[in-house]
Design a protein around this ligand. Sequence first.
Ligand code: NI
Length: 260
Amino acid sequence: MEFFDSHAHYDDEKFNSDRDEVISSLKDEGITRLVSVGYNIESSKYAQKLSDKYGFIYNSCGISPNDIPQNKEELWKDLQEIYEIAKQKHKKLVAIGEIGLDYYGNKENMDLQKEAFIEQIKLANNLNLPIIIHTREAVSDTLDILKNKQKALNTGIFHCCPLNRELVKEALKLGYYISFAGPVTFKNSKNADEIIQMVPLDKILIETDSPYLSPEPNRGKRNDSRNVKYIAQKVADVKSVPIDEIAKITYENANRIFKL
Ligand code: NI
């Protein structure tokens, strides 16, 4: 069985002591492709470095809503840097992200968050790339931007998708992929089954969001891509489809959206 972990952060300092060891062990566990996702300038550069070093790692770049600078001037400086990184058209750059809105993290800079989101969708459109969306407690503004303010021409992925019926319904209508992460395995996640049922097989991706959000049975520990099988198993159980079939379908889906 082979797995594609659509979203991980191997730049994270939690991997500082054993990064190469962990990454080198992944292939033996069947993780044969993954995207190391950027969330600010440094992590975007680091993700690019990792994809240079490892054949099976791809990268994305972007400024996440939790990494927006204090003011407009700083934001535009950062956006300019992201443009520079992206416009090198690195051969393994597969998406712009993670980008989006997070009103759980910060409600005071909503306007800057929206501006950064819109500008980075434009960048993705210029480069003919999909986007990776982080959205938390911002369903209506996220959908408003995607529908009415700045369409993403290559659509994209709702990463660690909030288990919100309205969001998933609208995201699917717009042609987006839904990426499931650790929380769908948590015992207290009430509607994970219902949401997984809503998403057709050809729109499902699986991810770890390593080093965060370890799925059951490893909840609370540092996460790495080896745990992606537990997400696949959860989807397999809900859909009543064998796990090797889920691995194959989600692999093909990831290849399709990332144009690999
Ligand atoms: Ni992430």
